[in-house]
Design a protein around this ligand. Sequence first.
Ligand SMILES: [Zn+2]
Length: 167
Amino acid sequence: MLPADRYRRVEGPEITACEFCDTRALPHLEFVSIDNDAGGGGEDIPAGLIETREERDGAIAYRARDPLSGTTKLITVRKPQICSECVAQIAAQVGLGERQPLLAEIDELRQDRDELREQLETSERQRQEAEAALRGTAVYERMLVGGDPNGTEAASAGGGKSGPKRG
Ligand SMILES: [Zn+2]
């Protein structure tokens, strides 16, 4: 799918005609433009010559330098537009006409999400409890052994700069 902002509602004078059925603006029809140009200048406008790029709902307007004359000219590249009736027909072909099964699925996924969130919270609580218990055990062990737990090892490492302090 293209990024969401590449699909735009087109209104008023920006409406041209449906790419598929060639219908022009009618009161009961909505039009959507599709920008599949990957954000570039298109084949006929080399990127290096583009000075400004203005994104409109139904078209992209470029101000580009003409390499021969050196002057700047305005080039409008129309985006393909599709009418709402064609969109509805296409949607029906891929099963989007019926919303009920989709809504049921959304409900189910929401329930799954809530359950997973609860499980995650429980796991996190248990992890924190286990960590606290482990810390308690470590303190207790140190108390049993006594003294500096790093002292003997550091000394046998051989007089490094982090050697044990002597009193
Ligand atoms: Zn159409």
